[in-house]
Structure formats: structure tokens, C-alpha cells
Design a protein around this ligand. Structure first.
Ligand SMILES: Nc1ncnc2c1ncn2[C@@H]1O[C@H](COP(=O)(O)OP(=O)(O)OP(=O)(O)O)[C@@H](O)[C@H]1O
Ligand SMILES: Cc1ncc(C[n+]2csc(CCOP(=O)(O)O)c2C)c(N)n1
Ligand SMILES: [Mg+2]
Length: 330
């Protein structure tokens, strides 16, 4: 029963359904039933990831254009699938909106553009919105959760735990540019909302490009190259490389001079949200799926009482690299 005059959940879901389009491809049944139905190809495994996008933690309505917030919400999940070498099969979006959001034009417009950001990136990535949930948020902040399902040939998923002693450590693209753009955004938030950013290129924070094609190329690599492990860089190189080393039971040494910088060294090491891939292996080419790949160091044996990650600084000194990337305080 709804005694208030707020826009109902039903009407909103109907509009999402229309905008999401009909099911197709691996999504056999999409929006409209109790659950979606996905059909994986014969010899594949399902890869699943879920990520929150929370107002004032992951985006701010006074900093981020709504379309960028939507794009980033989906990009976070796609980047995890990329790191596993998976092809996306379906996306699920749960939204909690503060009461009254859809009553006024600015709120409606924000949600409309957020969804546009999600749907445009979904289309560009060949994946459909297959469902989700809508609820009243308990407070004044918008909360979104994205679930992505993907598929990978059986036994081929790239794992954090596969790094081998002697592997080279490689990263795609450049690191630190997203953190630089976030700083610019927080210094002058109106700059972007006023400018109504339309071109998604050249905005590493607002419109990151998840490396799906690189991830899929990595698992398909024939010939002499061998890829043993991968992770996507969401929290920052220092933190994510430490995750990979811990899962693989190895240590790493990286060379500051080799890191492809998109900002300062500190931005590159700890800034986070680059959504580039880090992977380890042997005989890796300088470009994969049209994306630049750079060797930044190598995997070593883990030794007791020694730091898991060491960085060789530009002056030649070697120092432990502490994990100073993003960590949620809970
Ligand atoms: N609340 C939770 N319940 C169960 N598993 C969780 C929970 N939070 C995280 N995990 C699991 O912990 C592992 C590491 O998660 P983590 O969030 O570090 O990875 P990620 O999603 O790649 O990182 P990011 O959140 O920066 O994108 C994953 O397997 C994830 O599914
Ligand atoms: C308003 C605002 N303030 C700060 C940041 C920076 N930030 C938020 S979460 C995160 C790491 C990845 O998150 P997770 O570990 O949840 O995947 C980073 C670097 C932002 N994006 N927006
Ligand atoms: Mg990840």
C-alpha cells in the first residue's frame, strides 16, 4: 500500500525495463520475472563479482556528473571480470534511492543520467542489464550495487594466486591519472558538472575503460607467452600488488623508473581506481589488444621477515613498498 504521492517503484522499474531492451545472447530471460536466466556456452565456467557504488564514498552528486557515476558503477565490476579473463554475460543493478528522489526534476534527471551511464557502457561492452532491485534508501544517500556474471573457458580463469617466482610483472596503460582527475574534481567540482562532459575520452577518473579485451586476450594467448596471474588495479598498485603476492605466496620487486606514470609516482602507487590490469608471466608482448603493456618488475621468493613488495626508487635505493592504497574503514 502506498499512501504517499511519491513515484512508485513499479513505474520506475517499467522505465528501466524499456531502456534495458529485450533479453538476448547469453541472457535468456531478463527484466520482468522473479529472476533472470543465463545460458553459458558448453565448456565454460561462470565468474561472478559484486561491487557497491555509494554516494559520498565512491561518488558525490556535487562532484560527479550522474552519467559518470553510472559508468563508474558498471566499470568497477567489468574490471573485475577483465582481471579474470571473463566475457560479461549479464549485469544486475540494485538501487536504493532516498524517499522523494523521483518527485523532483533534479532527482529524476540524476537517476535518468546515472542509468544512461550504466546502459551506454553495458552496450559498448556487449552486456545487457538483466535485472536488479529497487528500494527506498534508509538515509539521504544513493546506494547502488552492481553484480556482474561472466563466462570463461573451463579452467582458464586468471587468478590472483597463480604468480610464479621469476615471472615478470606487467601493467596495462598508465597509472595515477584517475587520482589526478579526482583531485582536479574535488578542487573545482563545478568544472565538470557545468561543462556537462560528453566525450568519455580523456577522463580516466570519470570514465575509466575496463580492460575486457586485454583480459580475454590474456587467457587466449598461444605461442610462447605464459600468463600466470592477474588482478585489476582498483585500490592502488601498492595495495593490489600486495594482494596478489599474498594470494600467490610470493614477493615482488618493482622499479619506480619503469612505472608508466599518468600522474606523480605517489598517484601511481597509492591513488587507486585506474582499473588497469596487473598480471604476471613470461614473454609478454609490449601491446595486447591494442593496449600498451609495461614490465615494471619481477616476482621473487617470499622470505620470512622480509616485506612482500619492494620498490627500487629512481635514486637506486630499495625500500619496502607499504600498501597505502585505498582501504575502507569499517
Ligand atoms: N562482505 C563480503 N562477503 C563475502 N565475501 C567478500 C565480502 N567482501 C569481499 N569479499 C570477497 O573478498 C575477496 C576480495 O575482495 P576485494 O573487495 O578486495 O576485491 P575486489 O572486488 O577486486 O576489490 P575492489 O572492491 O577494490 O573492487 C573477493 O573474493 C570478494 O568476493
Ligand atoms: C567522493 C569520492 N571520494 C573518494 C574517492 C576515491 N575512492 C573511493 S573508493 C576507492 C578505491 C576503490 O574502491 P573499492 O575498494 O570499494 O572498489 C577510491 C580511490 C572517490 N572515488 N569518490
Ligand atoms: Mg578487483
Amino acid at each position: 500500500m502506498n499512501k504517499q504521492h511519491h513515484q512508485g517503484e513499479r513505474k520506475f522499474i517499467q522505465s528501466v525495463r524499456t531502456r534495458a531492451g529485450r533479453a538476448g545472447g547469453p541472457l535468456r530471460v531478463g527484466i520482468g520475472d522473479d529472476a533472470a536466466v543465463l545460458r553459458p556456452k558448453g565448456k565454460s565456467e561462470i565468474v561472478v563479482t559484486t561491487d557497491f557504488s555509494l554516494e559520498n564514498t565512491h561518488f558525490r552528486r556535487d562532484w560527479h556528473p550522474a552519467k559518470a557515476a553510472g559508468h563508474r558503477c558498471l566499470a568497477r565490476g567489468l574490471s573485475d571480470l577483465a582481471a579474470m579473463g571473463a566475457r560479461p554475460m549479464g549485469v544486475f543493478l540494485s538501487l536504493a534511492l532516498p524517499v522523494g528522489t523521483m518527485d523532483k526534476a533534479p532527482g529524476r534527471k540524476w537517476v535518468d543520467n546515472f542509468l544512461e551511464g550504466v546502459l551506454e557502457l553495458a552496450k559498448a561492452s556487449g552486456v545487457k542489464l538483466g535485472g536488479g532491485d529497487t528500494a527506498t534508501a534508509p538515509g539521504k544517500e544513493i546506494l547502488a550495487d552492481i553484480v556482474l556474471l561472466g563466462s570463461v573457458p573451463r579452467g582458464k580463469a586468471l587468478l590472483r594466486s597463480g604468480a610464479k617466482v621469476g615471472d615478470g610483472i606487467y601493467v596495462t596503460g598508465t597509472l595515477g591519472a584517475a587520482a589526478v582527475e579526482l583531485e582536479v574534481l574535488s578542487d573545482d567540482p563545478k568544472k565538470f558538472t557545468r561543462a556537462k562532459v560528453t566525450d568519455k575520452d580523456g577522463h580516466p577518473h570519470l570514465f575509466p575503460k575496463p580492460r575486457l579485451n586485454v583480459g580475454r586476450a590474456l587467457i587466449r594467448r598461444a605461442g610462447t607467452s605464459k600468463i600466470n596471474s592477474a588482478i585489476d588495479l582498483s585500490d592502488g598498485l601498492s595495495t593490489d600488488l600486495a594482494h596478489l603476492c599474498a594470494e600467490s605466496g610470493v614477493a615482488a620487486i618493482i622499479d619506480a623508473k619503469l612505472i608508466p606514470l599518468g600522474g606523480t609516482l605517489l598517484h601511481a602507487l597509492h591513488g587507486g581506481e585506474d582499473y588497469e590490469l596487473l598480471f604476471t608471466g613470461k614473454k609478454v608482448p609490449k601491446q595486447i589488444a591494442g593496449v600498451k603493456v609495461t614490465r615494471i618488475g619481477k616476482i621473487q621468493k617470499a622470505k620470512k621477515n622480509q616485506p612482500p613488495v619492494v620498490i627500487r626508487m629512481p635514486d637506486g635505493s630499495e625500500t619496502p613498498l607499504l600498501a597505502r592504497g585505498w582501504e575502507h574503514q569499517i
